[in-house]
Design a protein around this ligand. Structure first.
Ligand code: NDP
Length: 490
């Protein structure tokens, strides 16, 4: 008997009319049944969220009380972190050593946003009209459609659900059809935390019709989307129907620049973290390594040696460092791009194949390709796979030019011990997040996001809560004089 998951709509756990099988990426076998939300399920979830938005059981709560609910959710998540991490590992193939740490840390996000709920402040405005008192209220923006991709669904949902609820909005979350188990299970915690019915709804189904219907629904006021640029364009077109607000967290082709004065042991480990952790399935993957000429050969041989020692295997084994890719589709794409890159002139320095003994499931060796220029497929396309493109550069200006030669602008890594150079690079490099002598560090306190093909808006940090509010300007006339000439604007 396969485990059957249900969706969470209006405070109830319900089946969908149809279901689909979820695949264990470590074996390629189906292991559970997921509800396949159709347009009617989406309508039910959005209608519930819309009703809950105005229901006094939610809208009548003080911001402090909303914050307390978020705190409670964080605590419950912390208690259940290991069980949720195991589900994420089973359903996505992400290794347990990463999911255990990541899921436990998500509790801090809910607590952070809970703490912000009663710090959403309006303003008193000093207008140039002496009889007028003018102030700005911040009100919840409305029903939020949160759409997440298959990697890190719990985390990517938290950076949407947390600020939305802190601001007093209600939410419909669409989990990806790939690996939705942990997010559907998380609904149990939302229920236990005591949110009124309809405040949080969690469904899953295919991009079309489920995501399509959700992001074009007339009762949705705000879309928070994480995914690829192609889908993002659909989402923006859908948002045009209702002129809803949109934030987009999209992909990257992030450069990591290593200069000849850098600490190479530190750089080597950070590069591994950037591209081989999570089998490269991370939006901030440092997939383009740019190395200054004089240290190029040394660093590449250090990396090749370390890559050869990466422990590939069962993602549920705490000793495993790299598991499978999440889907057969991802695996196929990565292999195709490796082959087309070699044809285009890249030199395979490590990996490139299915690791021996791992023919079942969607495993791929950690791969290093040395590229003669930036026009090789692996240095242009976001792969979402453990594939590192390496290029050499001579001067600082060449390094910056290579780094910025991409449509994406999400993250960048800079490795140098020269403080003046670090500051020059920080200013010049095209990215929403820059890490200096480190990589892949995150915190709820820090706004995250990119620009260009990497997206619009930020998640995390104080400002992200404001993005779930809308300002209302209030004018109060304190004068006892009669209304002046009605044909002149005051
Ligand atoms: P997709 O863009 O394919 O899917 C993202 C989500 O959108 C999924 O839930 C998908 O559903 C849904 N979707 C698909 N079609 C539509 C539609 N027409 N309307 C509305 N929703 C739709 O991305 P992937 O799943 O391939 O995820 C990988 C991408 O996510 C990469 O580009 C990666 O860089 C990016 N990402 C960005 C992050 C960031 O914070 N910047 C973090 C993590 C990932 P379904 O799965 O059912 O098709």
């Amino acid at each position: 008997m396969m485990r059957r998951f249900r969706q969470y709509i209006d405070g109830e756990f319900v089946d969908a009319a149809r279901s689909f099988e979820s695949i264990d990426p470590a074996t390629g076998d189906a292991w559970s049944l997921m509800p396949e939300a159709d347009a009617a399920d989406v309508d039910r979830a959005v209608t519930a969220a819309h009703r809950a938005l105005h229901d006094l059981s939610w809208s009548g709560l003080t911001p402090t009380a909303r914050g307390r609910l978020l705190y409670r959710l964080g605590d419950l998540l912390e208690e259940q972190a290991q069980a949720l991490a195991e589900l994420e590992t089973r359903d996505t193939g992400k290794v347990i050593r990463e999911t255990s740490a990541q899921v436990a840390y998500i509790a801090e996000y809910y607590r952070y946003f809970g703490g912000l709920a009663d710090k959403i402040e309006g303003a008193h405005l000093a207008v140039d009209k002496p009889d007028m008192e003018v102030y700005l209220r911040r009100e919840p923006i409305g029903v939020v459609a949160a759409v997440v991709p298959w990697n890190s669904q719990l985390f990517l949902a938290a950076v949407k659900i947390g600020p939305a609820l802190a601001a007093g909005c209600t939410v419909v979350v669409k989990a990806s059809e790939d690996g939705p188990a942990p997010l559907l299970e998380f609904a149990q915690l939302v229920d236990q935390a005591g949110f009124p019915p309809g405040v949080v709804n969690i469904i899953t189904g295919f991009g079309d019709p489920c995501g399509q219907r959700l992001t074009s629904h007339p009762l949705v006021s705000r879309i928070a989307f994480t995914g690829g640029p192609e889908t993002a364009r659909h989402v923006v077109r859908n948002s045009a129907e209702n002129l809803s607000h949109v934030t987009l967290e999209l992909g990257g082709k992030s450069p990591v620049l290593v200069f000849d004065d850098a600490d190479l042991d530190n750089a080597c480990n950070a590069i591994i973290a950037g591209i081989f952790a999570a089998s490269g399935q991370s939006c901030v993957a440092g997939s383009r390594l740019l190395v200054q000429n004089s240290i190029h050969d040394t660093l590449v041989s250090m990396l090749s040696e370390r890559v050869g020692k990466i422990k590939i295997g069962d993602p549920s084994d705490p000793a495993t460092e790299m598991g499978p890719l999440a889907t057969a589709r991802q695996h196929r794409k990565a292999v195709e791009v490796i082959q087309s890159s070699v044809k285009a002139g890249a030199v395979l320095t490590a990996g490139g194949k299915v690791p021996p003994g791992h023919e079942r499931g969607f495993y791929l060796e950690p791969t290093i390709l040395q590229c003669p220029n930036n026009d090789i497929p692996c240095s242009r396309e976001e792969l979402f796979a453990p594939v590192l493109s390496v290029m050499r550069f001579d001067t600082e200006a060449d390094g910056i030019a290579f780094a910025n030669d991409t449509c994406f602008a999400l993250a960048a890594g800079i490795f140098t011990n020269d403080l003046r150079r670090a500051h020059r690079l920080i200013r010049s490099v095209k990215a929403g997040v820059v890490w200096v002598n480190t990589y892949r560090a995150i915190s709820p306190v820090v706004p995250f996001g990119g620009f260009g093909w990497s997206g619009l808006g930020r998640e995390g940090g104080r400002e992200s809560v404001m993005e779930y509010t809308r300002p209302k300007a209030v004018w109060i006339n304190s004068s006892t004089c009669p209304f002046p000439d009605p044909f002149i604007m005051r």
